[in-house]
Design a protein around this ligand. Structure first.
Ligand code: UD1
Length: 371
């Protein structure tokens, strides 16, 4: 039997395909090699032992063929940038939601169904992370009105008393209030997979990744995650651009841990089925620390530029409560940020990325999505 990895030529998917091959699994990759993430057009990270289908996850015939003899599906094919999703609204919704709908319909239609689906979701389904108010305790939501951002007051406030609030670990029960098209599409992906998995008795698990980083990030994609954008700028001799004040917290989770979480979800027993899990470290790093760690690792003496600008759709802080994944998946992240950043840097040194982040930011500014 085969494991199918949709998006298996990408950053996380290719590491997962490698791990499956190393575990002796037969692997099939379905990937459309989106030029934004694959500028050379080659599936250069797909292991040679894997069968490769160059195709679109929205195409029912392609997906049905890809499911032949498959027992486990890892669904990672998706568009992944918050910023870009604020203007490329139809495409993000189409690829992510229709791609998942196509996959689940193909599974529903097949006589011989896979025995497991693991769907890649994201902390973006929450929107902003969880906060507590000194006076009112843990809150369901905190406000970040645009007027405060324009005054460079970055911290969210308590909706009850208006005082600034402090970030706390985000649990899976936190209300889902995405702040971007990317977030709404990930929420729909997750819900489609879990609802239809249950209806057709195909055990399905959703993994909400915190900020994944590591080798093979799409360094030349200006709408990718912050660690890759900063590495690309530094390799081009430019200062990383920091939005807000650089004190934002994120739970940077190394790609090798994300792979292990996928493998755990593929074999987890019943209490984990039809559930969503945070996949994070439970620890947090400030965004300016990312720029500094990468500059140190790349041995370049370039300080980040703190701009005080802000992007629509960005959240302030988010780090995971990881107890549910520990309890039901037996998964615990093992790679700390210092080691993970070293791995990213060791790989990035051998790359020659094109840095298009200034153009991308101009595009956001022209559309009113960066102020
Ligand atoms: C990221 C990923 C998202 C993933 C989520 C959870 C991207 C674009 N975002 O979301 O796919 O689902 O983690 O795993 O891949 N920033 C700068 N300078 C820059 C770029 C960003 O200061 O050049 C700041 C942002 O304003 C934000 C923080 O860095 O405060 C993180 O940004 P980013 O990596 O884009 O995305 P997340 O929203 O954390």
């Amino acid at each position: 039997m085969m494991a199918l990895v949709t998006g298996g030529a990408g950053f996380i998917g290719s590491h997962l395909a490698d791990a499956l091959v190393a575990n002796g699994r037969r692997v099939r990759v379905l990937d459309d090699l989106l030029p934004q993430a694959h500028p050379t057009g080659e599936p250069r990270f797909v292991p040679k032992e894997a069968e490769f289908i160059h195709g679109d996850v929205r195409d029912p015939g392609t997906v049905d063929a890809a499911l032949e003899d498959v027992d486990v599906v890892f669904h990672l094919a998706a568009m992944v940038g918050n910023g870009q999703s604020m203007f490329d609204i139809r495409r993000y919704t189409d690829v992510n939601v229709m791609g998942t709908a196509t996959l689940m319909e193909a599974i529903a239609t097949r006589a011989k169904k896979p025995s497991r689906v693991v769907v890649s979701s994201s902390m973006v389904v929450y929107g902003d992370g969880a906060y507590a108010c000194a006076e009112h305790g843990a809150l369901d939501s905190a406000d970040r009105p645009k007027e405060r951002l324009e005054r460079r007051q970055w911290e969210p406030v308590c909706p009850l008393c208006g005082a600034e609030v402090s970030p706390i670990a985000t649990l899976e029960t936190h209300p889902l209030r995405p702040t971007s098209t990317y977030g709404t599409s990930k929420r729909a992906q997750e819900e489609l997979a879990l609802v239809l998995g249950r209806a057709y008795a195909v055990p399905t698990v959703a993994l909400r990744y915190l900020n994944t980083y590591g080798s093979r990030q799409a360094l030349s994609n200006p709408y990718t995650g912050v660690a890759a954008i900063m590495a690309s700028r530094l390799l081009n001799g430019r200062a990383p651009t920091i939005f807000e004040d650089g004190l934002q917290l994120r739970d940077f989770t190394h790609v090798s841990d994300v792979v292990r979480a996928n493998l755990a979800a593929a074999s987890a027993p019943e209490p984990a089925w039809y559930e969503a899990f945070n996949v994070g470290t439970g620890r947090s790093v400030r965004i300016h620390e990312v720029a500094e760690a990468l500059a140190r690792g790349l041995c370049v003496d370039i300080r980040p530029a703190i701009t005080g600008q802000f992007r629509q759709g960005d959240i302030r802080h988010c780090f995971a409560d990881v107890s549910k994944a520990e309890r039901l998946l037996g998964f615990r992240a093992t790679v700390g940020f210092a080691d993970g950043a070293r791995e990213l840097v060791a790989w990035a040194r051998g790359e020659t990325p094109i840095d298009r982040s200034d153009e991308a930011n101009e595009e956001l500014r022209a559309r009113g999505m960066l102020s």
